[in-house]
Design a protein around this ligand. Sequence first.
Ligand code: HEM
Length: 179
Amino acid sequence: MESFLHITFTWLHVVGVALWVGPQVFLAVAWGPASRQIEDLPTRVAAMRTMTRRFGYLGGSGLALILIAGTYLVFTWRDYYAIPGDVEFTSLRFGAWFIVKMNVLILMLLVVGLHIAWAGPKQLRLYEAKARGEAVDEAALRRARAVSMTLSLLGLVLSLAIMVMGVMIGTPGWSLQDL
Ligand code: HEM
C-alpha cells in the first residue's frame, strides 16, 4: 500500500511538473513567433489574453498538484525509506537538497509572481492602448517586452533547476547518503 501511494503521488507530482513546465516552453517556442504573425493588433491582443488566461488555468492546476503531491512525498519520506527517527533530516543529502529545492522554489514563485502581477499586465496595457490607436511610447513597449521575456526565461530556468533537484532527492542510492 505504501509503495502504491508513493508511486501515485510521485506520478501526480510529475503530472503537475508537466502541466507547469510544458506550457511555459510552448509559449516561448510556439506562441511568441506565431503571435507576431497576427498583423491586426486588436486580434493579437485578444489572442494574447486568451493564451495567458488558459496558461494560468493549466499552470495553476499544475502548481497545485505539485504542492499537494510534494507535501505528501516529504511527509512520508522517513517511513517510506525506513530512516530511523534519530537520523537528522539535514544530515543526509536528501534533507539538505530538499531545503535548497524549497529555497529555489520560493525564488521561482517570486519571479512568476512579479510576472503575473506586474510585468505581464503592464505589457498587455501598453499593447491594448496601441491597439486602440493611442500614442504609445515604443521604447517603453520594447522595455516591457524585454522584462517580461527575461522573467519568463528566468522562471523556466529555475523550474528546470528544481526538477534536477527533485530527481536528485528522488534517487535514494545517492540521496540517502550522509552529507
Ligand atoms: C512544495 C513544493 C515541493 C515539495 C514539498 C516537493 C517534494 C518532493 C519530494 C519529497 C520528492 C522526492 C520523492 C521521492 O522520495 O521519491 C520530489 C521529487 C521531485 N520533484 Fe518535488 N517538491 C516540490 C516542488 C517541486 C517543483 C516546483 C518541481 C518542478 C518544477 C518539482 C519536481 C520534482 C521532480 C521532477 C521530482 C523527481 C520525481 C521522481 O522521482 O521521478 N518539485 N519532490
